[in-house]
Design a protein around this ligand. Structure first.
Ligand code: AMP
Length: 423
């Protein structure tokens, strides 16, 4: 029989890895809540049209990366490739804008894109992100970028670059698009095949082409920053002034465009350098998308947000210690002791300890061997003799030391041995 395996690019997360995940997620939640964000959870499946209309038809995601299927011939559905479109749909569906002048939402969860899997790039990956509706900026843009940088430094990720750009408003982008086409047209024959195609569909994306033959041409391309209107420029200056005041480091990168169509004005990306990050060094990205809510049928509503990739952050953090609480193993010599072991385990769990039992009919020696390898901090051992005398034997599994203590009041002994307070 062929072995069943997980879908390529979609990973199981086992308990020994999840300690780091949960720490990251809880720091993200705490940070977001400190900045006034409330959590939103949206479905993993959405009507395909939502993503086509918001992300844009001529993007890599919509052109080739979405997992789309017919739901028994009824509707075309897509596994969400990102969170912003779903949040915007929910914001509209629940008429949140009519009730709140400003809305701050955060989310965490799996996203799906049919990309070529490699280290740091998967087909099911996890993002954490925030969205703010109702504030046209520029100060909020800086506040949120700074929040992200502070979150990353709390995780210990300090070796990073913040790239900042402005894409201007729709008119600016239209003018710039024309200028860019005028510049690129004479070089058409020397561009990569992908870029030649994008010249028709999405010329701005040529600016973040990685193809070697495109580099010299991109180098001399006109800059969008030279095409900003007065209002765009004032907005950009406001973002910069606030970041400067906060001391948040950033670099202006006029060639930053990113892969989604919905951005306007502020656009940014955070790149990491340390840990085990390879070529996939984009940790987070985001910006302003003032046109999306209207595009989806709502009232014009300014919006700003970002998303970060949890897998990439974990790679950037390197192999940090798993900080889950120490565990205690309870071992038993025979069936009578196993009955007592279950009772003792419940008592200690009620007192707040993490307890694992070994209730198989194996010898104490083999149970001890397993306990030694398990990563638990302490073993408690019950046998005939211990039951008769009302005591429990204990053995440290990290470091040296063993002894015996009365069964009564064993919780405080365990707490002392683990160096923690009784729960
Ligand atoms: P985006 O939604 O494309 O703006 O991406 C935001 C962040 O999500 C990126 O900076 C990455 O950290 C992460 N990300 C995007 N695509 C993937 C993927 N296929 N695998 C892992 N992480 C991803």
């Amino acid at each position: 029989m062929t072995k069943l395996r997980a879908v390529k690019g979609m990973n199981d997360l086992l308990p020994e890895e999840l300690g780091r995940w949960r720490r990251l997620e809880s720091i993200f939640r705490e940070t977001a809540e400190r900045y006034g964000f409330g959590e939103i959870r949206t479905p993993l499946l959405e009507p395909t049209e939502l993503f086509v209309r918001s992300i844009g038809e001529a993007t890599d995601i919509v052109e080739k990366e979405m997992y789309t299927f017919h739901d028994k011939g009824e509707k075309n559905l897509t596994l969400r490739p990102e969170g912003t479109a779903s949040c915007a749909r929910a914001y509209l569906e629940h008429t949140v804008g009519a009730r709140e002048a400003i809305t701050r939402w955060y989310y965490l969860g799996p996203m799906f894109r049919r990309e070529r899997p490699t280290r740091g790039r998967y087909r099911q990956f996890h993002q954490a992100g925030v969205e703010v509706y109702g504030d046209p900026g520029p100060f909020i843009d800086a506040e949120i970028i700074d929040m992200l940088v502070r979150f990353l430094s709390e995780l210990g990720i300090v070796d990073l670059r913040v790239l900042l750009n402005s894409l201007g408003d729709q008119e600016t982008r239209q003018n710039y698009r024309e200028a860019l086409i005028r510049y690129l047209e004479p070089h058409r024959g020397s561009l990569s095949a992908d870029s030649q195609r994008r010249l028709e569909t999405n010329p701005l994306r040529i600016l973040d082409s990685k193809a070697p033959e495109d580099q010299a041409i991109i180098e001399d391309a006109p800059s969008i920053l030279e095409h900003l209107s007065e209002e765009d420029q004032a907005h950009f200056d406001g973002v910069r002034r606030t970041l400067d005041r906060l001391g948040t480091p950033y670099e202006i990168e006029p060639r930053l465009v990113r892969g989604l169509d919905y951005y306007s004005r502020t656009l940014f990306e955070v790149q990491g350098r340390g840990g085990e990050l390879g070529a996939q060094n984009a940790l987070a990205g985001g910006g302003r998308y003032d046109g999306m809510i209207e595009e989806l049928g709502g009232k014009a509503t300014p919006a700003f947000g970002f998303a970060l990739g949890i897998e990439r952050l974990l790679l950037a953090m390197g192999e940090a210690e798993d900080e889950s609480r120490p565990r205690v193993m309870i071992l038993a010599a025979n069936d009578e002791a196993r009955v007592e072991a279950v009772a003792l385990a419940r008592e200690l769990r009620d007192a707040g300890f993490n307890i694992e039992t070994d209730l198989r009919g194996t010898s104490l020696k083999s149970q001890l061997r397993r306990a030694d390898r398990s990563g638990a901090a302490l073993a408690l051992i019950l046998g005939d003799d211990e039951l008769a005398r009302g005591v429990v034997q204990w053995k440290r599994l990290e470091g040296e030391g063993s002894g015996e203590s009365p069964r009564e009041g064993i919780a405080s002994v365990v707490a002392e041995l683990l160096g923690q307070k009784v729960g």
